[in-house]
Design a binder for this molecule. Structure first.
Ligand SMILES: NC(=O)c1ccc[n+]([C@@H]2O[C@H](COP(=O)([O-])OP(=O)(O)OC[C@H]3O[C@@H](n4cnc5c(N)ncnc54)[C@H](OP(=O)(O)O)[C@@H]3O)[C@@H](O)[C@H]2O)c1
Length: 274
């Protein structure tokens, strides 16, 4: 299994990232440090998580060169303009105390407070700003999150620029086959958020049986499943032993078990809240 994916713009991205949604500043700081210490080189945050400053502080203090660490952050979902995208990247860079981010995503196609709203033109404006900021060296790669095929198509049609990644809710039993297939065709990396269904998947009987058969924990099986499906998992933990275990992927899920796992459907339908 590769320890990196290569994005469609040639940028390398470490194949497992630490999630930080719902981590307090203290937890984001300590979990980022613990993660980097045990070998993670990829951290996922967002302006709205209100912990970019803590992640940035840990990156600064960890003793690993900034260039070796891949940092993703996200444009808040209600910012749908060219100037707004520029303003909010500047805010994120200031909070992180960095002069560039590795991946910048539009957090959602619509404001979380107005799910389903048509923001096509605002997304295109934000996308143009992100492309410009990439050219200026403030961002290495640009992408989206929670976008469907039609929403991605509208960005490509208006700008000719294909997102490098689409970060979506993806875990065993909830793999969003339509958007996953679309992204595969367009060479857009799927980043699997909530790979453990925000912790809810861990007591599933069928999945536990397969994990036991493979000699790993359910969390490890769920993370490996994403990798074997070609998606980049972003497990969140604030617990050092779990952070470490979530990176230990030195096993393969046999094909017949992958078939069984692929056959599970309808687990924890999306709540649309982030
Ligand atoms: N783009 C978006 O809209 C969006 C939305 C949601 C999430 N995300 C990203 O994806 C990341 C992950 O998703 P998520 O936060 O929903 O959660 P998740 O990674 O699916 O699950 C996290 C939960 O599982 C627990 N856990 C982690 N490793 C474990 C292990 N080895 N054994 C037992 N329990 C374990 C954690 O507990 P402890 O922390 O207490 O250890 C936490 O309660 C987020 O943090 C965020 O970076 C993005």
């Amino acid at each position: 299994m590769n320890d990196k994916f290569i994005l469609n713009d040639g940028v390398e991205i470490p194949s497992i990232g630490l999630g930080t949604w719902q981590s307090s500043k203290e937890d984001a700081y300590s979990s980022t440090l613990a993660a980097i210490e045990c070998g993670y080189r990829h951290i996922d945050t967002a302006y709205v998580y209100e912990n970019e400053d803590a992640v940035g502080k840990a990156v600064k203090e960890c003793g690993v060169n900034r260039k070796e660490i891949f940092i993703t952050t996200k444009l808040p979902s209600h910012i749908k303009s060219y100037d707004g995208a520029r303003e909010y990247l500047a805010k994120s860079l200031e909070a992180l105390a960095l002069d560039y981010v590795d991946l910048y995503l539009i957090h959602a196609p619509w404001p979380w407070s107005d799910v389903g709203k048509d923001c096509t033109s605002g997304n295109i404006e934000a996308w143009k700003a992100m492309a410009d900021m990439k050219s200026e060296g403030l961002i290495r790669s640009i992408g989206v999150s929670n976008f469907n095929a039609e929403q991605i198509d509208s960005l490509i049609t208006s700008t000719g620029i294909v997102p490098s990644a689409n970060q979506i809710r993806f875990f065993i039993g909830n793999t969003q086959e339509h958007i996953t297939g679309y992204c595969e065709k367009k060479n857009i990396l799927i980043e699997a958020y909530s790979p453990l269904a925000t912790g809810k998947i861990l007591d599933n009987g069928k999945i536990s049986d397969i994990a036991a058969k493979c000699g790993v924990t359910v969390a490890q099986l769920c993370i490996k499943y994403c990798l074997q499906r070609g998606a980049l998992p972003l497990p969140k933990s604030v617990t050092p032993e779990r952070i470490k275990a979530n990176l230990e992927m030195n096993f393969e899920i046999p094909e017949e078990d992958m078939r069984t796992l692929n056959g599970i459907s309808g687990l924890f339908p999306k709540p649309y809240r982030s």
